[in-house]
Design a protein around this ligand. Structure first.
Ligand SMILES: Nc1nc2c(ncn2[C@@H]2O[C@H](COP(=O)(O)OP(=O)(O)OP(=O)(O)O)[C@@H](O)[C@H]2O)c(=O)[nH]1
Ligand SMILES: [Zn+2]
Length: 375
């Protein structure tokens, strides 16, 4: 597979697409579908069963084997880019050269979207058809990974897509360290399939050795922990390397030093972050829209008031144990398959705590989150 965005990639992509896009192919496909529909309709009439598998036929899109409709477009006339933010019907797209285009969305994309409030989300990787004055049309949206979302009126509302990592920012002091809050953010990351990175700031205010037991517990679980002092410059270089060329969401309680960290990574960033944070969804919804802020060294940070201090989203108690990496291995030892690991006899998890295999604080944190207590 050629590198994304390279010339070879485009050629291969075009080749793959063009086999599918040719009009005559489409016409033939449509004719075949019509025929199949007729056959299905008579089969349905005969069998008395309604609606056997129907193939959707919308002009300009082709149904893949997975049942997903793929929009047909010509990549030769398009540019690849990334949506920095969405404002109403307008999306701001940064293309590979760094140029920003103000884009509308192709009508067909909207037609095909039934399950989302917004078709385009911040972070989306898109193909745009450029026009004059750095305007353009979003022709296609690539499949998403690493999605942070909320349920909004029964629909999935994507806050930001294609996030590589969640920087969980805590402070060693002022405000005092709340490991249970870190656990809460870890669940969000685990659930979304986004790599969490634990950043403990303000280590200048404590004796760093005091943090070792906690760092050890998270380290054993395979989580990366970075000790920082944004004001003293400790750990900043390491964090800079971690965010380079990736899309990182920053999250943590108020006052832990998120803005100071952003400023330390890239001086001047805070101004822009402050500016974009004001973008709200016309005040109609309580959730604010996310913005990707480009970093000079490559990559983006996503800074959004709504997710800066977000709480757990739609995690049900039964799911919690599965998102605790250290609890998970002991679940198989429970006597009851629906064990909640809180009060049951013969619980493998409680046994592991008693035998010293599971950190007591982590277990208590599990119980607290399972019970739905807010930290
Ligand atoms: N001692 C010390 N103080 C710090 C450090 N980093 C930030 N601070 C201070 O902590 C306070 C809060 O920092 P901010 O960067 O505003 O925190 P924030 O997380 O962005 O806060 P919100 O915007 O409310 O979410 C400021 O007074 C900073 O100067 C650090 O490494 N050490
Ligand atoms: Zn159990």
């Amino acid at each position: 597979m050629a590198k994304r965005g390279s010339k070879k990639f485009r050629t291969e992509f075009r080749k793959n697409r063009s086999t599918r896009v040719r009009d005559s192919d489409l016409t033939r496909q449509f004719a075949k579908d019509e025929l199949n529909h007729d056959k299905l309709a008579s089969a349905e009439r005969l069998s008395g069963k309604g609606d056997l598998t129907r193939k959707r036929t919308i002009h300009g899109a082709t149904e893949g084997d997975d049942g997903e409709l793929q929009i047909d477009f010509d990549p030769a006339e398009c540019l690849q880019g990334r949506v920095l933010r969405v404002r109403g019907l307008n999306s701001e797209v940064e293309v590979e050269s760094g140029q920003i285009y103000q884009c509308a969305t192709r009508r067909l994309l909207k037609t095909l979207s039934t399950d989302q409030r917004h078709v385009v989300a911040a972070g989306d990787r898109v193909w745009i058809r450029p026009a004059d004055n750095h305007e353009g049309i979003i022709e296609s949206i690539e499949a998403r990974y690493g999605i942070l979302c909320r349920a909004s009126k029964g629909r999935q509302h994507v806050i930001v897509a294609n996030v590589d990592q969640l920087l969980i920012v805590a402070s060693a002091a002022e405000p005092y360290l709340k490991p249970n809050l870190i656990d809460r953010y870890l669940i969000t990351a685990e659930k979304a399939g986004i790599t969490p990175i634990i950043c403990i700031n303000k280590v200048d205010l404590i004796e760093p050795a005091d943090l070792q037991p906690l760092v050890g517990v998270y380290g054993q679980m395979g989580y990366q922990v970075i000790l920082l002092s944004a004001t003293q410059g400790i750990g900043v270089e390491r964090l800079r390397a971690v965010v380079r060329n990736r899309a990182s969401v920053l999250s943590g309680q108020s006052g832990v030093g998120k803005s100071t960290i952003l400023n330390a990574i890239e001086p001047g960033l805070n101004l822009r972050v402050g500016h974009v944070s004001e973008t709200t969804d016309k005040g109609r919804h309580t959730t604010t829209t996310a913005s990707l802020v480009p970093l000079a060294a490559g990559g983006h940070v996503v800074d959004t008031p709504g997710i800066r201090q977000f709480q757990l989203w739609d995690v049900i108690p039964e799911e919690v144990a599965g998102f605790f990496r250290d609890v998970r291995p002991f679940i198989t030892g429970c006597r009851f398959p629906d064990c909640s690991h809180t009060h049951e006899e013969g619980c493998g998890v409680k046994g592991a705590v008693a035998d010293g295999f599971l950190d007591v604080r982590r277990y208590e944190s599990y119980c607290q989150i399972h019970a739905g207590d807010l930290v």
